[in-house]
Write a protein that binds this ligand. Structure first.
Ligand code: CFM
Ligand code: HCA
Length: 534
C-alpha cells in the first residue's frame, strides 16, 4: 500500500491537537521534488509517549566507554543502572592480556537510601580502592547516574583524590541520565573527556607502520569491528585504534598518529572526528561497512585517499576475491528475501546504514528513522554545514580542541585536500533523507503507538528495530530483527556480515512459526475514532 498524506493523517487524527502538532514535525513522506524537507529531531519526547530512547548515562557509559576493555568502568548509582549497561549491548572484546580485559564486569557503587541521604562520595572512593586492589587497571572511569547529580556528589573531587592516591588516570563523567534528551548527550560527554584527557597522550610521534587509520564509531557489536579489521588488514592498513569497539586505553592514547580517521557511526563520534582534525590535522572519511556495495565503496574511497599504487591494487584484489567467495551464497538468500518490504527504525545511524543491505537483497525499505539522531543525520552534512547547532550543542558544553602545536601536522596538503574532497566524501556525508525513495516514510523518535499504526497501514514483511518493540511486532505476525543486538548473532558488517545477515533474516522468513500467528487486523475489529482532548 502506498503511503499518502491522507493515510498519514489517519494516524495523526488519533492524537490530541497539541501532540498532533508536535509529531507532525517529526514525520515526513520523502519527496525529492521539494528542495528541503525539514525533520525535527533531537528534541524532548512528549511525556507519556512510549519511546525507544535511552538516557545520557546509557550513551556515555553503555555506548562509548563500555567497550573499552582495559579500563575499569565504575557506575556511581543504584544497581539497576549498572545492570542496564552491563554488556547488554553485546560489544565483544578479546585481549592479549586477559588480566586487563574487564569487559564482562559490572562494577557499581550500588547506592542505597542512606547514600542518597548522607552522600555517596566515601562509598565511591572505597570502590575505587577495591578496584585498584583487585584489578590494578591503568585507567578507571566513573559514570554518574541521575541521583548523583540530584544529591550533588562531587565525583570530580573523588576522581582527583584517587588519581593522587593511586597514580593512574581516573576519569569522571557527569553523564546523569536526565541530561539532554536521549543517549546522544552521553556520547557528547564521553567524546569530550576522551579527547581532552586520553587521546594524544601516548608517546608515539608517528605510527609504526604504513597506512595508519583509526576506525571511529565502530563498537564491535556481534563482532562487526573484527570483520572490518580482517578486511582492512588483508589490504595492508595499520589500525591504530578503534573507537571504541574492542578498544583499549593504550591504543586510544596514540590515536593522534593515524593518517586518516574512518567514521562508521557518525552520530556517536562526530565530535571526536572533528576535534582530531582541529587538533592534529587528521581528516575524516565517512564510511559504511554495512552492505556489500557500501563496503566496496568505503574501501575504494580509502584507497583514493592514500593514493598508493600497490594499496589500490591490493584493494581491488581483496574485493574481487571476497566477492567470488560470498556472492554464490548471498544469491541463495536473495531468492528468499527478494520482493519483500522492510521497516528499519534504530538508534542514530543504523536506520540508514542497513538500507543498503536490504536493497542488495531485493528488499524495499518503506519506513525508516532514528530514535535520537540529529537533523544532520536526516539531512546530511555537506562541506559547508547548513544546519544550525542543535539542542545538545547548546546544553552540553563542547570541548574545543586547541591545535596541538607539537603534534599537529597536515596529513595532506591543502591543494590535495581540495582535490580529494571533489572525489570522496571527506568530512561530509548524505543524510537518510537523501538515500530513501520518494514516497517512503521517515520518522524521528517513533513511539509504540505509531509503530503499531504504521504496521497496520503498510504491513511490512520485516521490522528491523530493538528489544523494546520486538515482541509486539512479532505477535503481530511480522518477522522482527534486532538491529541493535543482532538477536545475539552477527557480525553483520563487511563481506562476511552481509552473508550472515542474509542468512538470519531468511531464516526468519522461512520459519513455520508465522503460520501459528493471526495478525490482529485479521481477527480483531479495528477501533477507529479520535481522542477527545477534554
Ligand atoms: Fe551509533 Fe551504535 Fe547507532 Fe549509537 Fe545505540 Fe548501538 Fe544503535 Mo543501540 S553508537 S547511533 S547509541 S551505531 S547502542 S552500536 S545499536 S542505538 S543505531
Ligand atoms: C541503549 C542500548 C541499545 C538498546 C537496544 C535495544 C543497544 O540504548 O542503551 O533497545 O534493543 O544497542 O544495546 O541501543
Amino acid at each position: 500500500m502506498e503511503m499518502t498524506e491522507k493515510k498519514l493523517q489517519t494516524i495523526f487524527d488519533q492524537y490530541p491537537a497539541k501532540v498532533q502538532k508536535s509529531r507532525k514535525k517529526h514525520i515526513i513522506i520523502k519527496n525529492s521534488e521539494l528542495e528541503s524537507q525539514e525533520i525535527e529531531a533531537n528534541t524532548r519526547t512528549i511525556p507519556g509517549i512510549i519511546t525507544n530512547r535511552g538516557c545520557a548515562y546509557a550513551g556515555c557509559k553503555g555506548v562509548v566507554l563500555g567497550p573499552i576493555k582495559d579500563m575499569v568502568h565504575i557506575v556511581h548509582g543504584p544497581i539497576g543502572c549498572g545492570y542496564y549497561a552491563w554488556n547488554t549491548r553485546r560489544n565483544k572484546a578479546k585481549s592479549d592480556d586477559p588480566k586487563h580485559n574487564f569487559i564482562n564486569y559490572c562494577i557499581s557503587t550500588d547506592m542505597q537510601e542512606s547514600d542518597i541521604v548522607f552522600g555517596g562520595e566515601k562509598k565511591l572512593a572505597k570502590v575505587i580502592d577495591e578496584v585498584m586492589e583487585i584489578f590494578d587497571p591503568k585507567c578507571i572511569t566513573l559514570s554518574a547516574t541521575c541521583p548523583v547529580g540530584l544529591i550533588g556528589d562531587d565525583m570530580g573531587a573523588v576522581a582527583k583524590a584517587a588519581e593522587a592516591k593511586h597514580g593512574i588516570q581516573v576519569l569522571s563523567f557527569s553523564c546523569e541520565g536526565y541530561k539532554g534528551v536521549s543517549q546522544s548527550a552521553g556520547h557528547h560527554i564521553a567524546n569530550n573527556i576522551l579527547m581532552e584527557k586520553v587521546i594524544g597522550t601516548g608517546d608515539q610521534e608517528t605510527a609504526p607502520a604504513k597506512f595508519p587509520i583509526n576506525l571511529l564509531g565502530e563498537y564491535n557489536i556481534g563482532g562487526d569491528g573484527w570483520e572490518v579489521e580482517r578486511i582492512l588488514k588483508k589490504i595492508g592498513y595499520h589500525i591504530v585504534s578503534v573507537m571504541t569497539g574492542d578498544g583499549s586505553y593504550e591504543a586510544l592514547k596514540n590515536a593522534h598518529t593515524a593518517e586518516l580517521n574512518l567514521v562508521q557511526c557518525h552520530r556517536s563520534i562526530n565530535y571526536i572526528a572533528e576535534m582530531l582534525e582541529t587538533k592534529y590535522g587528521t581528516p575524516w572519511l565517512k564510511v559504511n561497512f554495512i552492505g556489500i556495495q557500501g563496503t566496496i565503496d568505503s574501501l575504494r574511497n580509502m584507497a583514493l585517499y592514500f593514493d598508493d599504487k600497490e594499496l589500490t591494487l591490493k584493494t581491488e584484489v581483496v574485493i574481487a576475491s571476497e566477492l567470488a567467495r560470498i556472492e554464490p551464497i548471498f544469491e541463495q538468500y536473495k531468492k528468499i528475501c527478494s520482493g519483500k518490504t522492510a521497516f528499519c527504525f534504530v538508534g542514530g545511524s543504523r536506520g540508514h546504514h542497513f538500507q543498503n543491505l536490504f536493497a542488495e537483497l531485493g528488499m524495499e525499505t518503506l519506513l525508516a528513522g532514528y530514535e535520537f539522531a540529529h537533523r544532520d543525520d536526516y539531512e546530511g552534512r555537506q562541506v559547508i554545514p547548513t544546519i544550525k547547532p542543535d539542542a545538545d550543542s547548546k546544553n552540553i558544553p563542547h570541548y574545543v580542541a586547541e591545535v596541538d602545536e607539537k603534534r599537529f601536522r597536515l596529513k595532506v596538503s591543502p591543494e590535495k585536500m581540495l582535490a580529494l574532497k571533489a572525489r570522496i566524501p571527506l568530512g561530509q556525508y548524505n543524510g537518510i533523507r537523501y538515500d530513501m525513495k520518494d514516497g517512503s516514510i521517515i520518522v524521528d523518535d517513533m513511539n509504540h503507538f505509531e509503530t503499531e499504526e504504521f504496521i497496520k497501514l503498510l504491513k511490512p514483511d520485516l521490522f528491523a528495530s530493538g528489544i523494546k518493540d520486538k515482541y509486539v511486532i512479532q505477535k503481530m505476525g511480522i518477522n522482527s530483527k534486532q538491529i541493535h543486538s543482532y538477536d545475539y548473532s552477527g557480525p553483520y558488517a563487511g563481506f562476511n556480515g552481509a552473508v550472515k545477515f542474509a542468512e538470519d533474516i531468511s531464516m526468519g522468513f522461512a520459519s513455520p512459526t508465522w503460520n501459528f500467528i493471526t495478525p490482529p487486523w485479521k481477527d480483531q475489529p479495528l477501533l477507529e475514532g479520535t481522542v477527545n482532548e477534554e
